[in-house]
Design a protein around this ligand. Structure first.
Ligand SMILES: NC(=O)c1ccc[n+]([C@@H]2O[C@H](COP(=O)([O-])OP(=O)(O)OC[C@H]3O[C@@H](n4cnc5c(N)ncnc54)[C@H](O)[C@@H]3O)[C@@H](O)[C@H]2O)c1
Length: 335
């Protein structure tokens, strides 16, 4: 199958590209390389020729209708996976237009071109931010979605669009609501490389390596056992697996129109201080840190129920341990 991977040069996208190749699919990557890296694709494409697969990188902007139409004209595909968006909750509060425009227009452009080209299979990178501040834990997909940031609002709007397109256009789509994707390719070839980095695990490891000032911990007065925020960390390889299963699940839908949401999380929550303790166990080194004020848009606790993905997609995370997640990231950072 030829699969369009929008944002395939990014952190999760490059792991997906490698997963598609190892499963015998041909990725067509579309990326403007704004936060992604062509070097990541060199690694992700490695070994494709031996499998008789010819992956492609098309440089372009998902916000540019002409780029997107040309892409679909020149590169026939069977399915679309859409990773190309900004993803910082705090930035979205400061720059809502960037997020509403980027997430909504990018998704609408891709959907219009896909439907025009009769491509009816679509996977969207959604987020736990759609839930806002949930009242029950772990969070099931049926929990109310009350986002508290433009990032979460825009992702929720795309989910609503996908549901409407399933009814009206026969689109088959899945929105995967990621919790905190973390870790790196276990062979150390791909990993997280954002600049600036806002995710906790890479920042903990950078602080250990002395590449950054001491780690800022945003708030130690949350209603959690140690006062710091609790999050659900899911290995990026397991995130990529969830996409592959979602793709197979969509391809198995014979009727017209389908839409479902699935949480992609480990089902376990760790506080910031627990993540730091795990990093100290894995690396044998101390994490320098300071406490600072809370960040707007950060709920105290976000932990997924991953039962729906396990039951319906057959998802079975291979890296459920936080220490293993950190170990793979540490190997990547030391490279
Ligand atoms: N990383 C996480 O934990 C997490 C959590 C929730 C949701 N998400 C969502 O997952 C997706 C991927 O996240 P990531 O961490 O891999 O991000 P990333 O920044 O590493 O990757 C995004 C990719 O999209 C590309 N891109 C951005 N804007 C583009 C545009 N206008 N046109 C073409 N390409 C563009 C970038 O160059 C990059 O390669 C994002 O949509 C994000 O919102 C990520």
């Amino acid at each position: 199958m030829r699969v369009l991977v929008c944002g395939g040069a990014g952190y999760i996208g490059s792991h997906m590209v490698r997963k598609l190749i190892s499963s015998g699919h041909t990725p067509v990557v579309f990326d403007n390389l704004s936060t992604g890296h062509s070097a990541a694709l060199d690694e992700a494409f490695r070994g494709a020729a031996e499998k008789g697969i010819s992956p492609v990188l098309v440089k372009g902007d998902v916000l540019n209708v002409g780029d997107v139409e040309k892409l679909f004209d020149e590169q026939p595909v069977d399915a679309v996976i859409h990773f190309s968006a900004h993803s910082k909750v705090s930035e979205s509060l400061a720059k809502p237009a960037l997020y509403y425009h980027g997430i909504l227009v990018g998704s609408l452009n891709l959907l219009a071109a896909a439907i025009h080209s009769k491509v009816d299979t679509f996977i969207f990178s959604s987020t736990a931010a759609v839930y806002g501040t949930p009242e029950t834990m772990p969070i099931e997909e049926s929990c109310p979605t009350n986002p508290i940031s433009p990032f979460g609002q825009a992702a929720k709007m795309v989910e609503m669009i996908l549901e409407d397109y399933a009814q009206a256009q026969g689109l088959k789509s899945i929105a995967l609501r990621y919790f905190n994707a973390a870790g790196a390719d276990p062979e150390g070839r791909l990993g997280e490389n954002h600049d600036p980095e806002t995710h906790l695990i890479p920042n903990v490891l950078k602080a250990i390596l002395g590449k950054t000032p001491p780690l800022d911990i945003f708030g130690n007065d949350y209603p959690t056992p140690d006062g710091t925020c609790i999050r659900d960390y899911v290995h990026v390889e397991d995130v990529a697996d969830a996409h592959l299963l979602a793709l197979n699940h969509l391809c198995a839908q014979t009727g017209s129109g389908y839409f479902q949401t699935f949480n992609v999380g480990s089902g376990k929550g760790f506080s910031v201080l627990e993540v730091m303790a795990a990093a100290e166990r894995v690396t044998g080194q101390w994490v320098p840190y300071t406490f600072t004020h809370r960040r707007a848009g950060d709920p105290a606790v976000l932990v997924a129920s991953a039962e729906k993905a396990k039951q319906t997609l057959g998802w079975n995370p291979k890296y459920p341990s936080l220490d293993d997640i950190i170990r793979t990231a540490w190997r990547w950072f030391n490279k």
